[in-house]
Design a protein around this ligand. Structure first.
Ligand SMILES: Nc1ncnc2c1ncn2[C@@H]1O[C@H](COP(=O)(O)OP(=O)(O)O)[C@@H](O)[C@H]1O
Ligand SMILES: [Mg+2]
Length: 144
């Protein structure tokens, strides 16, 4: 939950959530971090597909990184690193060394960021809440 969302919007389909991700991609720079929270099935991966599309990456490349901890998608104006911490406990998440990821050449999108043990300064928070079958309330926070 973001106390100071700069944008709160409803989407009514997966495609609309992807479109929002695509818009957010415009601000991505090397080292950008997007923390995406929300329950299972909220649409976090859908949003990441939009980020990819907005960077010029084939959104079909984006899958749920269940067994691979970090997915790396190339072919766009920036590399996109995609991490899903769902199955990790906090100690394991710490070992991933996520602070070092992305800073060089890409942007980093993290699902289940509550598993992180340390703050990632400058990260953009996106929180997705399930309203009903097809409706999601999406809050985009300011960077901090
Ligand atoms: N407005 C919406 N935005 C995003 N996904 C939606 C929406 N409405 C329904 N869905 C469905 O919810 C599911 C979201 O899946 P996914 O993006 O993998 O979620 P998460 O990564 O948060 O677990 C998909 O099956 C998608 O079709
Ligand atoms: Mg997911």
């Amino acid at each position: 939950m973001t106390p100071d969302p700069i944008c709160r919007t409803l989407t009514h389909s997966e495609a609309e959530t992807e479109a929002l991700g695509q818009e957010l991609a415009r601000e991505l720079r090397p080292g950008s971090v997007v923390l995406i929270s929300g329950n299972l099935g909220a649409g976090k991966t859908a949003l990441v597909r939009g980020l990819a599309a907005g960077l010029g990456i084939d959104p079909g490349d984006v899958t749920s990184p269940t067994f691979t901890l970090v997915h790396e998608y190339r072919g766009g104006r920036l590399a996109l690193y995609h991490v899903d911490l769902y199955r990790l406990d906090r100690a394991a998440a710490e070992d991933l060394g996520l602070e070092e990821l992305g800073v060089a050449d890409g942007a980093l999108a993290i699902e289940w960021p509550d598993r992180l043990t340390h703050a990632l300064p400058g990260a953009r928070r996106v929180d997705i809440a399930i309203v009903d079958d097809t409706t999601r309330r999406i809050e985009v926070g300011s960077r901090r």
